[in-house]
Each structure stands twice: as structure tokens, then as C-alpha cells.
Design a protein around this ligand. Structure first.
Ligand SMILES: Cc1cc2nc3c(=O)[nH]c(=O)nc-3n(C[C@H](O)[C@H](O)[C@H](O)COP(=O)(O)OP(=O)(O)OC[C@H]3O[C@@H](n4cnc5c(N)ncnc54)[C@H](O)[C@@H]3O)c2cc1C
Length: 405
């Protein structure tokens, strides 16, 4: 076990040393860096994209209470507490009727809406405010000596560089390089591809409180949520090969109105669409999340279909385990948490992926779906709203699994 009492220091312009090399400046990498900083452990973050790209990426927005508490605990809660919107029930719509399930539990826990881009910005501002490094446009290529003295090879500004560290944190998302460095990761990875995509839309349009949540429709699923009182976040189920410019803005609003139709005169408030993206739906788990002094977290290790709004929240769960694991290992020379890293993370991840897949299976129209299948989906949806037990199960799943650490 290596415990070096050194500060992060530049050895040469192409050789850098730190305690923990973090690959990726998404929510997982940035949160981990902050948690390590609070433990007095130096880290360097390498991010292949530009600062502007990272700050502008629109994605998650529904936070579990545990995610909110974690961000507050690391000092990243100031704006979140000010601007985060309490999300106290979920609307589920099917067969033209809207139903509500409370997502407030007996302890008053509820969901919060606060955009992922803001979380990323808050964490970057905190880190840079403390004068700590984030290398943007630094593409990691490969690792060396993961079981001994790890080195991360990367290129920055066209120059090949090496980051020497005691530990590597692979927080580089689904298409990153870290997972491939774990022997056996491929054989321990399990994937489900859904036969459709999500068309994500961000619009400068005041959310209509009567039209929000999930709409099961024979035309395909739709989702409506608020990012603020002026900004709407909307999704449409689309074909897997759908292209963002395939529908003009009016057609998008018309389609949302059709899928949310509920026998009333309610319609979406329309406004300029400021961002459009298409994401394939998949479920993925890699059950080998650690090798030597490398651990992976977040989307690098698992992807959930976004119906359950669990991706970012799952990354936070992993990072809590990773921060404790690295801290124990580097400060105390104790590798117990390291040896159990995958199993500890998976205790939370597997039921979370299961719930996200269950929601996806229930809410979407599948190619060739029969009327029987649709009626079974209605029955499942009804089970989540019609009995106290069903509501409790839905609420618990939405609020999130307890943290293992
Ligand atoms: C449309 C959509 C909607 C979503 N909605 C929700 C939601 O409502 N709630 C929720 O909880 N989750 C949601 N998610 C999921 C959530 O956004 C992700 O789970 C979350 O971003 C995972 O964070 P991460 O840090 O693990 O990975 P990422 O955010 O993917 O970050 C990984 C980073 O690593 C960088 N990187 C990759 N390879 C390299 C390399 N070789 N060298 C250097 N850097 C590298 C990438 O550029 C990236 O910045 C949604 C996702 C999508 C696509």
C-alpha cells in the first residue's frame, strides 16, 4: 500500500503527480474530487471535452433527497437550496386519465428538481475557487501499472503527458476508457438495448402544472417536467434512428399535446425550443467495478434507462462509496472497502437498474405491441396508484435506495 505524504506538484510540463487521478469532469468526477478535497486528499481531473461543452450539457434534473443532502454536505448546496424545486408528487397518465402518487414519505423526504448542468457548474466553481486543477480538453488514452504505481497517459494541446498517482478514479461515462482496463469487465457486463430513443427538448415555455409527469400513450410515451417557472424539460419516445431535425417545433408541441391529451382543454404553453437531443435507451451493468488501484463509478459502470431519473443519483451513490474507499486506503492502509467496492456499489445499483427497467417496460409502446400487452401495462400502472401498498412501493423506488455507505 502506498501512502505518500506529497502534495500535488508539477514534476515537468509533461509529467504530473497527484494522489488520485480522476478521469472525467461529469457529476461523478467532480463530486469525488470535492469529497476527497474535504478529506485532505489531492486529485487532478482530466476531462476530454471543453469547459463550455461540459457546462452546457443538459441532462438529469430529478434529484433524490440523498443526492441533495450529499451536495449540501460537501458545500455545493447554496444555489440548490435557493433554486431547487420541491417535487412532491408524480403524475401518471394513461388511457386519457391523470393519476397522482405522492412522493413525500413519512419522514418528509421528497424529490427535488435541479438541473445537472447547474450541479456541474456549482462543483466546478467550488473547485476552481479553491485554485484546484481541472484539465479540460485533456483526452485520456490509457493506464499503466494499475496494480503498482498507476500512471494515466493523456494528451493535452497535442502534447502527450503522464499523470502519476496512487489511485485512479474512472468517472468517464459509458464511452470512457476506464472500464476496458478492468480484466474481465466485458464478460461481467450485461446490456439491454430498447427498440426506441428519447427525444429530449428544452423550451423557454412556462410549464403547465396540469400537464406534467409521465404520459403513457398509444403514440408513444411522453414526459413533461419543469426546470424553472419559465423553462420546460420535455421528452418524446421516438424511433431508434430518429434525427433531431426530423420534427419542426410546432410538430413537437402538437405531438406533446396529443400524447398528454386528457379529455380537458389543457394544452402545453408553447415557446422557443432552445435545445434538442436524442438518446438511445439502454440498461447496462458492469459487475466488475474495481481492479488494483482503479475503481469506476457512475455511467462508466452502469446505465439506466432514464424513465426512473436515476442515472445521476446512482453516480452519487457510487461516489460516496468510492470516496470512503480511497480515503480508507490512502490514509489508513486498509483495503477492506477496496476489496468489497463492486459488491457494495451493486447493492444499490442492481435494484435501481431493475426499477428503471420496470418503469421503461411499463411506460413505453414497444414495436408490434398487442392490445393485451397494453392492458397489462395499464394494470401495472394502476398497481402503483390504486393501493397504499402500491403507492408505497412506487414512492420508495422514486425516492431511492438507502446508501450502503
Ligand atoms: C437525456 C438524458 C436525461 C437524463 N435524465 C436524468 C434524470 O432525470 N435523473 C438522473 O439522475 N439522471 C438522468 N440522466 C443520466 C445522467 O445524466 C448520467 O447518469 C450522469 O451524467 C452520469 O454522470 P457521470 O459523471 O457518471 O458521467 P458523465 O456525465 O457521462 O461524465 C463523464 C465525463 O467523462 C468524460 N470523458 C469520457 N471519456 C474520457 C476520456 N477518455 N478522457 C477524459 N475524459 C473523458 C466525458 O466527456 C464526460 O464529461 C439522463 C441522461 C440523459 C442522456
Amino acid at each position: 500500500m502506498a501512502w505518500r505524504d506529497t502534495e500535488t506538484d508539477k514534476v515537468t510540463s509533461t509529467n504530473i503527480r497527484t494522489r488520485v487521478g480522476i478521469v472525467g469532469a461529469g457529476p461523478a468526477g467532480l463530486l469525488l474530487a470535492r469529497m476527497l478535497q474535504l478529506e485532505g486528499i489531492d486529485s487532478v481531473i482530466l476531462e476530454r471535452r471543453s469547459r463550455a461543452y461540459v457546462l452546457s450539457r443538459v441532462r438529469a434534473g430529478v434529484l433524490e433527497k440523498g443526492t441533495v443532502d450529499t451536495l449540501i454536505a460537501v458545500g455545493a448546496g447554496e444555489r440548490l437550496l435557493r433554486e431547487g424545486m420541491p417535487n412532491k408528487d408524480v403524475q401518471l397518465r394513461w388511457d386519457g386519465v391523470c393519476h397522482r402518487v405522492s412522493t413525500v414519505d413519512e419522514n418528509g423526504r421528497h424529490l427535488t428538481t435541479y438541473g445537472q448542468a447547474k450541479i456541474v457548474e456549482d462543483l466546478i466553481r467550488l473547485r476552481e475557487g479553491d485554485g484546484l486543477p481541472i484539465h479540460f480538453e485533456a483526452q485520456v488514452d490509457r493506464f499503466e501499472d494499475i496494480t503498482g504505481n498507476p500512471v494515466i497517459h493523456f494528451s493535452e494541446g497535442g502534447v502527450a503527458k503522464a499523470l502519476h498517482c496512487d489511485f485512479i478514479a474512472g468517472c468517464d461515462g459509458f464511452r470512457g476508457v476506464s472500464r476496458a482496463h478492468i480484466p474481465g469487465a466485458d464478460a461481467a457486463s450485461f446490456l439491454r438495448e430498447y427498440p426506441f430513443s428519447w427525444f429530449g427538448i428544452l423550451a423557454e415555455a412556462a410549464p403547465n402544472p396540469a400537464l406534467r409527469g409521465f404520459a403513457h400513450s398509444r403514440r408513444g410515451m411522453a414526459i413533461a417536467s419543469a426546470r424553472s417557472d419559465k423553462i420546460s424539460r420535455l421528452y418524446l419516445q421516438v424511433a431508434p434512428d430518429f434525427k433531431v431535425d426530423q420534427m419542426d417545433d410546432e410538430a413537437i408541441w402538437d405531438e406533446l399535446d396529443r400524447r398528454f391529451v386528457d379529455g380537458t382543454s389543457n394544452r402545453f404553453n408553447r415557446g422557443p425550443i432552445i435545445e434538442k437531443s436524442v438518446a438511445r435507451l439502454r440498461g447496462f451493468i458492469c459487475t466488475e467495478m474495481q481492479y488494483g488501484k482503479l475503481c469506476i463509478a457512475g455511467d462508466a459502470a452502469h446505465i439506466v434507462p432514464p424513465s426512473g431519473a436515476k442515472g445521476l443519483n446512482s453516480a452519487v451513490g457510487d461516489v460516496r462509496v468510492m470516496a470512503a474507499t480511497i480515503t480508507r486506503y490512502l490514509k489508513e492502509g486498509d483495503s477492506t472497502l477496496l476489496e468489497n467496492y463492486s459488491a457494495t456499489c451493486l447493492r444499490r445499483i442492481v435494484p435501481t437498474v431493475h426499477w428503471s427497467c420496470e418503469m421503461s417496460d411499463t411506460l413505453h409502446m414497444f414495436p408490434g405491441q398487442s392490445e393485451f400487452d397494453t392492458r397489462m401495462q395499464y394494470a401495472k400502472l394502476d398497481s402503483w396508484v390504486s393501493s397504499p401498498g402500491g403507492q408505497q412501493r412506487f414512492r420508495e423506488a422514486m425516492l431511492g435506495q438507502p446508501y450502503p455507505i
